[in-house]
Design a protein around this ligand. Sequence first.
Ligand SMILES: Cc1cc2nc3c(=O)[nH]c(=O)nc-3n(C[C@H](O)[C@H](O)[C@H](O)COP(=O)(O)O)c2cc1C
Length: 182
Amino acid sequence: MEAIEMIKERRSVRKFKDGAVDRETMTDIIDVARWAPSWANTQIARYTLVDSPDVIKQLATEGVKGFSYNMKTLENATGVCVLSHVKGKSGRLDPEKFDMEFANPEVWESFDAGIACQTFCLAAHAKGVGTTIFGVIDKDTIPKLLNLPEEETVSALIVYGRPDETPNPTPRMDTNEILRFV
Ligand SMILES: Cc1cc2nc3c(=O)[nH]c(=O)nc-3n(C[C@H](O)[C@H](O)[C@H](O)COP(=O)(O)O)c2cc1C
């Protein structure tokens, strides 16, 4: 698939066919996602892929703060990528080598996670796997449910599966509204 076509045609998919995407395909998707750029190549993103129906149910009841819209999507989801990132690495440089102050390094941690997130979604789209990013999530319960390492924090949930809908294009602002040349 052409890159431009892929960027323009990816849509959030919230209805999925029965049956989990095979783990080999999901491993191939992570194999592409790992090429996402990151602050000083710190590569802080981690992908925990949940394909157990029981754990997906738990994420629906305990992981999205009771937000019914996301609970409904999770009802028919066959996979959830719990995107997390390792804390304390991105957004700063070795103080022994660089004598500078860095403000709000956690902003850059989230920035790296965002790039990793979109790279995952595009790689999935290229392999025929639909995704929707969830920002309405419970960052406290999810690590406990999945026993995530202490050093990581959850960035987003990404529901994934074989699409059972072709969503209409969502509107975008015109190019001339968001672009300036100087
Ligand atoms: C940071 C972020 C958080 C989002 N959170 C949710 C969410 O909690 N639930 C949901 O259904 N969609 C969520 N979305 C999906 C957006 O609604 C969707 O990307 C947007 O409407 C554009 O549609 P498209 O992805 O089909 O182009 C989120 C997207 C982003 C980037």
